[in-house]
Write a protein that binds this ligand. Structure first.
Ligand SMILES: Nc1ncnc2c1ncn2[C@@H]1O[C@H](COP(=O)(O)OP(=O)(O)OP(=O)(O)O)[C@@H](O)[C@H]1O
Ligand SMILES: [Mg+2]
Length: 492
């Protein structure tokens, strides 16, 4: 049974057409994967299916009948629920309020808090999520926010569930929990559309695969595509050599830290050398982000941080930046970009003094944008687009460009390739090695072990708020790192 379908769908934003005729069928009890490069049109396709956008041309069919959704709530009424790539949660509300937003349970005139609390707890438990129902969403971790999005969708009894990169921010373990739920929904007959840049997952989960390239469907298949075939279909070239060779670094220490971040990290020591790509591995919640935020002055910390021998004041991100330390956040929606502003303003934000001689030099800013678009291969529909209207992966590239414009000596990148397609990943890895070759030092925080192993010659592994160990050379392998990250073993 085909639950939901697109027929000949085109979509334009202003004069720019981004989807050029997409046909897609979602069958009951099946997982359909939609894959493609950053900006290929996956999120746009999903938004059309779930009533957030209308097609410019073409039809949306529910159970074979053409429909026009006036709003996403109409799609929801038809049982079509979407989980958004850039979360759709109200950050000032609690977990529970978000789950029931717009559908609050009532008992007569009053809100039925008891029932809502019970259902919230049950949903969170089903997802093994430890967030508290009364915690504000802005105070919970990024993966927990993803779980809340999923809980919200589960609470709505979907007939069609559309998930836009649900696992981008999840660890392997959380991903397993999600997949169990997906299998369960599938068995109940729910039709599922799903996108991910993690092609191994797609191979495992998908019953059907559609590949988009630049808004055009280039391939459709039932099961059986290998990861290499998917990558080649998406990118249009072979991407089997994902990681550039690692380069040796010198002995000169550029960053020395011995830091405690109250509530998160206890007495963590770290050194970084000139020209080094250092990995920071660990499970989500191990304190990696908090440690680096503490070092970069973005969070309370005690202890010492020295950049090139000079001590940096705590809680002073400007001082850290002046010393050459730049931190690229994992949370691009809340802290990274001004989504309502155009690309140019976003790009030059950290380096404004470079562009102002009394007044801001628009020409120079424009030239910088042209350069950034070229260097980072940012795919934009047009230059005046607001940052929030870039595809997720292209937002990440813009953040990278913005950080580099401040001319840092030390760059900390938190989850550098989250939501990034495989072709672009290769470009970002090359970019990181190039920075190191030019004598910059890079700290890569990543939950993706292959990435840490492929990029770094030395890896610090954290567990439960402390440094569990440090590995280098041939010890940079999955087994050793996982054991340390799980707290199974303390380094010699
Ligand atoms: N509201 C909008 N206004 C203008 N352009 C838009 C808007 N939304 C999307 N676009 C453009 O449409 C194109 C497709 O974007 P979309 O978000 O669908 O890509 P995607 O395949 O989901 O990419 P990613 O993997 O990076 O998430 C991009 O060029 C994007 O900039
Ligand atoms: Mg997207």
């Amino acid at each position: 049974m085909i639950r939901l379908a697109l027929k000949g769908v085109r979509r334009s934003f202003g004069p720019v057409e981004v989807l050029h005729g997409v046909d897609l069928e979602l069958h009951e009890g099946e997982v359909h994967a939609l894959i493609g490069e950053n900006g290929a049109g996956k999120s746009t396709t999903m938004k059309i299916l779930s009533g957030y956008l209308n097609p410019t041309v073409g039809e949306v069919l529910v159970d074979g009948k053409p429909v026009t959704f006036g709003a996403s709530s109409e799609a929801e009424d038809a049982g079509i629920i979407m989980i958004h790539q850039e979360f759709n949660l109200a950050s000032q509300l609690t977990v529970e309020q978000n789950i029931f937003l717009g559908r609050e349970k009532r008992k007569g005139m009053f809100l039925d808090h008891k029932t809502m609390r019970e259902e919230t707890l049950a949903l969170l438990k089903r997802l093994h999520c430890k967030a508290r129902p009364d915690a504000k969403v802005r105070d919970i971790s990024v993966p927990d926010r993803q779980m809340v999005e999923i809980a919200k969708a589960l609470s709505r009894n979907a007939r069609v569930l559309i998930m836009d990169e649900p696992t981008a921010v999840l660890t392997d373990r959380e991903t397993e929990v999600l997949f169990e739920q997906v299998e369960r929904l599938k068995a109940e007959g729910v039709a599922i559309l799903y996108t991910s840049h993690k092609l191994g997952e797609v191979r495992r989960l998908a019953d059907r695969i559609t590949v988009l390239r630049d808004g055009t469907q280039v391939h459709s298949a039932t099961r059986g595509m290998t990861e290499d075939q998917m990558a080649t279909a998406m990118v249009g070239r072979d991407v089997s050599d994902l990681y550039p060779p690692k380069l040796p670094c010198g002995d000169q220490v550029v960053l020395e830290a011995d830091v405690t971040v109250p509530g998160h990290v206890k007495a963590a020591k770290l050194t970084l050398r000139k020209g080094e790509v250092l990995g920071l591995a660990g499970l989500v919640g191990a304190g990696r982000t908090e440690l680096m935020e503490g070092i970069a002055g973005l969070r309370d910390r005690t202890g010492t941080v020295r950049v090139n021998g000079t001590e940096i004041r705590a809680n002073d991100p400007k001082a850290a930046m002046a010393a050459g330390l730049a931190y690229l956040t994992e949370d691009r929606k809340e802290c990274g970009l001004l989504l309502n502003f155009p690309l140019r303003e976003n790009l030059t934000l950290l380096a404004l003094e470079k562009f102002s001689k009394g007044l801001i030099d628009r020409k120079a800013e424009d030239a910088a944008l042209t350069q950034a678009i070229k260097e980072f291969d940012i795919r934009v529909p047009h230059r005046k687009v607001r940052a929030g209207n870039l595809s997720g992966g292209n937002q990440q590239k813009l953040l990278l460009a913005k950080t580099m414009l401040a001319n840092p000596k030390i760059v900390v990148i938190d989850e550098p390739t989250r939501g990034i397609d495989i072709g672009t990943k290769q470009q970002i890895y090359q970019f990181i090695q190039k920075l190191a070759a030019e004598g910059l030092s890079v700290v890569v925080i990543s939950s993706e072990l292959p990435e840490v192993i492929g990029l770094c010659d030395r890896v610090i592994v954290m567990h439960a708020g402390h440094v569990a160990g440090e590995v280098s050379g041939t010890d940079v392998n999955e087994q050793t790192i996982v054991r340390l990250a799980m707290g199974l073993e303390e380094a010699a």
